[in-house]
Ligand binder design. Sequence first.
Ligand SMILES: Cc1cc2nc3c(=O)[nH]c(=O)nc-3n(C[C@H](O)[C@H](O)[C@H](O)COP(=O)(O)O)c2cc1C
Length: 261
Amino acid sequence: MAEEHPLKPFYSVLVLAFACSALVALAAIGLKPYQDANKALDRKKNILAAAGLYDPAVNVEKQFASIETRIVSLATGEFVDNQALDPATFDQLGAAMSEDRGRPLAKADDIAGIKRQEAYSLVYLVKDGDRIDQIVLPVRGKGLWSTMYGYVAVDGNLETIRGVSFYEHGETPGLGGEIENPRWQAGWRDKKLYDESGDLSIAVVKSGTQSSPEELPYRIDGLSGATLTTKGVDHLMQFWFGDHGFKPFFEQIRKHGGIHG
Ligand SMILES: Cc1cc2nc3c(=O)[nH]c(=O)nc-3n(C[C@H](O)[C@H](O)[C@H](O)COP(=O)(O)O)c2cc1C
């Protein structure tokens, strides 16, 4: 009987390993478009959820039809022409990382702990006929373990929160992960962002903090047992609704007496 080559098992394993890795690589490439489509759908679901419009029984694209996606310059607060930057393909997080559409944040400005910020942001205009009923804004900031990504829906009056959703984070399930809990998110509704003089006054406070009747409209009760995540959420609100966030956008809308066209 012919003797087996001593390296044969080694070659067999090598061929098998190569075949398996090629299979995994091909699957990853082949599935990427589906993953991207699912991600985009999930974002739309979360935008609708923040606006209080998500209905699981209705097709997401159909529900999203009443929402107009635009891009704003965060520095000037003005809309960017759709021809100059296409909202359908704009990669906001990619922009933050890029040289030409992003910038590093100075430590003193970086209260949300995001390190880099994009020059332009997507904004989602929820329309009721010609009227802008609410605006949904993307936000992100560092929690205890991770960057938390979400949306805040603001009433057309630009003062009142209509809702919130978080779609991606790495906080601990049952602790910081409760930012996803609709029951906690319900406490955001109707809270006020700015006081009578236009100063940013919203605060996400440690769970159980007693607030005075004057403070109450601006206070969101934090997550119990997750004070650090709560702080992160507070910080991201201070950042995104302050001067480096959407405040210039709100000022532009007020200056023009609303959103037209
Ligand atoms: C395994 C583990 C996971 C934790 N995950 C979180 C978390 O996701 N968010 C958070 O704020 N605190 C988390 N904590 C708790 C913090 O370490 C800290 O004790 C807590 O934020 C203090 O909140 P409290 O003052 O409400 O008790 C975790 C602790 C442990 C041991």
